[in-house]
Design a protein around this ligand. Structure first.
Ligand code: DX5
Ligand code: ZN
Length: 232
């Protein structure tokens, strides 16, 4: 990583997709106070995934109210057309789907040239082999543990083994790339994910769907840290 994650690893990235957009600033402050190190922003275009969400103007507004690292997850076709806009809006990390990029190496290289950390995202059905030729250019790998498109879906259990296999592959390759997991993360699977080797966990509904998002975030972090202690 080009800059250490504040608070160390494992780190929690609450996804604002499940937040109340009319009270976004207030909700961001809640999770910031609870120890979240990143904020996950889900960008959907209605083509790569069926849903539509936010674009650079919201990233810019969020940038203005927080010092958390902004982790922008692009679920869009032709992400190259929009990379500069997201970088200029204040993204610190930008991830693109291997399934959406015809020239993945070019896209990842462009993210790095903009001074941002580059992430490669794999859908649940995409094998880890898709990373083979891009790993050395990648700052983090985001493994989807739901099919992207909505918050609040159930975790796909087979992704746990995929995390462990990726951890092994990264260690074998001497890669410093981080592993992020996104989708259906809850207190029930967070420790196992961290213990299998995940560094960053995204959580939307488990945090912002809770009555008290700050308490939910700090409980999730405590579970994650216990998982790291167990996993070594
Ligand atoms: C799903 C998004 C996720 C989503 C996670 O397409 O990429 O980041 O916000 O939401 P939960 O944690 O509710 O599954
Ligand atoms: Zn996401």
């Amino acid at each position: 990583m080009s800059a250490p994650i504040q608070g160390g690893l494992p780190a929690l990235a609450p996804s604002i997709l499940s937040a109340d957009f009319a009270r976004l600033g207030e909700q961001i402050r809640m999770v910031e106070g609870a120890g979240a190190a990143l904020l996950h922003l889900d960008v959907m275009d209605g083509h790569f995934v069926p849903n539509l969400t936010i674009g650079p103007p919201v990233v810019r507004s969020v940038r203005a109210v927080t010092s958390l690292r902004l982790d922008v997850h692009l679920m869009i076709e032709e992400p190259d057309r929009h990379l500069d806009a997201f970088a200029e809006a204040g993204a610190d990390m930008i991830s693109v789907h291997a399934e959406a990029c015809r020239h993945l190496h070019r896209t990842v290289t462009a993210i790095r040239s903009s001074g941002r950390q580059a992430g490669v995202v794999l859908n649940p059905a995409t094998p880890l082999a898709a990373l083979d030729e891009i790993l050395s250019e990648t700052d983090y790998v985001l493994l989807m543990s739901v099919n992207p498109g909505w918050g609040g879906q159930s975790f796909i259990p087979s992704v746990l083994g995929k995390v462990a296999s990726l951890r092994e592959a990264l260690d074998r390759a001497g890669s410093g790339a981080l592993i992020e997991v996104d989708g259906g993360v809850t207190r029930d699977n967070a420790a196992a994910l961290v213990s299998a080797g995940a560094d960053l966990l995204v959580a939307g509904s488990a945090v912002f769907g809770a009555r008290d998002p700050a308490a939910a975030a700090s409980e999730l972090l405590a579970v994650m840290r216990a998982g790291r202690a167990r996993g070594g």
